[in-house]
Design a protein. Structure first.
Length: 133
């Protein structure tokens, strides 16, 4: 059974150590006292936060939200870029989400990319190659 110290929990949650100790003392966060230290079980921390805790059996996943803004884009260029970007994603189960917002009056294109770090970086490289003069 994996356990965390109060200091480790504070670091994981971005809280002050005293705040975590108060949660333990108030009974809101179950813990076992060992000498002068409290140990919090991984399962108890997950129940307290409502989120699974990253650990050796659960790898971390980092995600990114990126917005690429391109000015001076005609409607036909926007169609080409959106078709090429979406075409590069077809057939992959990458978990990426890509959306396009185009203002024809201002010739302004925004491309919103949500997903994993490497997958998003690949899409941004494709966008860069397509819009580069």
């Amino acid at each position: 059974m994996e356990q965390y110290t109060v200091e480790q929990v504070a670091g994981l949650l971005g809280l002050h150590v005293k705040t975590v100790r108060n949660y333990v003392r108030d009974g809101r966060l179950p813990a076992v006292r060992v000498g002068k230290r409290y140990l919090i079980a991984k399962e108890d921390l997950a129940a307290f936060t409502g989120l699974p805790v990253a650990g050796p059996d659960r790898p971390r996943r980092a995600e990114v939200s990126a917005i690429a803004q391109v000015d001076g884009v005609s409607r036909s260029e926007m169609d080409r870029v959106s078709t090429m970007v979406l075409g590069s994603l077809s057939g992959r189960s990458s978990g990426l989400r890509v959306e396009f917002a185009y203002d024809a009056e201002r010739e302004h294109l925004k491309i919103i990319v949500l997903g994993g770090l490497e997958e998003t970086a690949q899409v941004l490289r494709i966008i860069d190659a397509l819009v580069r003069p």
